[in-house]
Design a protein around this ligand. Structure first.
Ligand SMILES: NC(=O)c1ccc[n+]([C@@H]2O[C@H](COP(=O)([O-])OP(=O)(O)OC[C@H]3O[C@@H](n4cnc5c(N)ncnc54)[C@H](OP(=O)(O)O)[C@@H]3O)[C@@H](O)[C@H]2O)c1
Length: 199
């Protein structure tokens, strides 16, 4: 599997730390050229490689860590999303446009037709997400939800490789509602920094 993080701000860098900690290669990209991101990428670790958006989108699995309203711009950068896994780490904050009555991730998924689409890594503040998820024999929980049951397993594997304990919540409008944030309306699990003990 190959991985990319689109958006190299607070959440993008927090996730880049998670990849670097485990020596897993990850491309990082934003609207700025790779040269502009490279010093920060290198500072996080040698497996974090700054790329152009176009080159980063060659990865199989792409994490969205851009401001909510920018997802459409990212979606437009590829003619087809078929075969890709997209992980939505965004929250619909501050209050954006109407979401057609959909959970924010279902709304975003409409722009990524054909992709396997999973909501995850969105419920913690960036400073927490950036820290080592393995603490005293426990693993920091990340919540995964998707309308496509098959899409979750590879993302859960990635989360485990990164040292997190993935917890599957089911569909976006069911368990996913617990990690849904829109404006000042936050699901009950948003900001809940939970740990799972080793079995
Ligand atoms: N901050 C948190 O604690 C937190 C927690 C949970 C979830 N989130 C969610 O995570 C997302 C990112 O938040 P953040 O706090 O990391 O924001 P941020 O610090 O402002 O970073 C946003 C990043 O997105 C890039 N970007 C913006 N438009 C882009 C585009 N069209 N194509 C490619 N890259 C683009 C920006 O870089 P350029 O300007 O160089 O393009 C920047 O690197 C948001 O949806 C937010 O709701 C944030």
């Amino acid at each position: 599997m190959s991985y990319a993080i689109v958006g190299f701000g607070k959440i993008g860098q927090a996730l880049a730390h998670a990849f670097a900690r485990k020596n897993i290669k990850v491309a990082v990209a934003s609207r700025r050229p790779p040269e502009a991101l490279a010093p920060q990428a290198r500072a996080i670790g040698p497996t974090v490689v700054a790329k152009s958006l176009r080159d980063a989108l060659e990865a199989d699995t792409i994490i969205l860590a851009v401001p909510f309203g920018e997802h459409r711009e990212v979606a437009k950068a590829l003619p087809s999303w078929k075969g890709k896994t997209v992980i939505d780490a965004m929250n619909a904050f501050p209050v954006p446009e109407e979401l057609d009555g959909l959970p924010s991730s279902a709304f975003v998924a409409k722009s990524f037709t054909g992709a396997k689409f999973v909501k995850g890594f969105n419920h913690l503040i960036a400073a927490t997400l950036a820290t080592d998820p393995v603490v005293e024999g426990g693993h920091r929980v990340v919540f995964l939800s998707s309308d496509d049951e098959d899409a979750i397993a590879p993302v859960a594997d990635l989360a485990k490789q990164l040292g997190f304990a993935p917890v599957k919540l089911g569909k976006l409008n069911e368990g996913g509602a617990l990690v849904h944030a829109r404006g000042r309306t936050w699901g009950q699990l948003i900001f809940q920094d939970l740990f799972k003990k080793e079995q």
